[in-house]
Design a protein around this ligand. Sequence first.
Ligand code: BTN
Length: 252
Amino acid sequence: MTPRRLGRPLIRLETVDSTNRAAAELAGQGAAEGTVVVAEVQTGGRGRLGRSWSSPRGGLWLTTILRPPATAGETVATLALVGGVAVAEAVGRLTSWLDQPPEVRVKWPNDVHLNGRKLAGILGQVCPPDAVLLGIGLNLNVSPEELPFDVRSLATSLGREAGRFMDPSASLEVLFAELSHWYGRWLDEGFAPIRRRCLDLSATIGRPVRVSGPDLELEGEAVDIMDDGALLVRTGGRDTVVRSGDVSVRTQ
Ligand code: BTN
């Protein structure tokens, strides 16, 4: 496997509206694959489905420019899962020294959960003609009290779960090592190894879920992740392929 070095050049900004917006500008000017924009604070952080993403000081807010061979919708969906697996693996490494390491899970389509609360979100975005932007927001040392009231009880931070301040530079290094590894596998082997790891780390597979999306509402069991990154949900005998939306695990 040819190692890919994502994370260089690393462009550090104090404050920006959105690292995805800044990275789109750089991609349009021809910035190389692997270029990363990281900011201390975002004033207009973007989340999935047109939502905003609260980004106070203390988090890792960054966007990596990728130039994959194609940029179709399924490419972006599977690359968002590359991001999810890489973040989950990095978090596993960063907490492996704890007596009781927290439980890290990938929650389809693009969240990483720690001990059942949201730690990170990934925003994959096509940047025509040939780039994909992988935005990662990770609550490193942001305490949930600094987040908007409606997400506070659902969120956590790595520092809080680890019980100590997490060093941002060291955390970024581990994150880029994992991102480089899993993106390299995606390029060389396709989505299959990432899909397998996603299934191992999944918070939803085999569990009763509720899906609410732009054009669909359903309840069922999450049974699989498809070759194109979609989620398969079974209701009675009927399978539905879910490509976008929010998935919550139902407690029975
Ligand atoms: C989600 O909705 O869960 C995805 C959130 C993605 C947030 C990150 S923070 C860095 C990058 N810049 C943005 O504006 N958004 C992404």
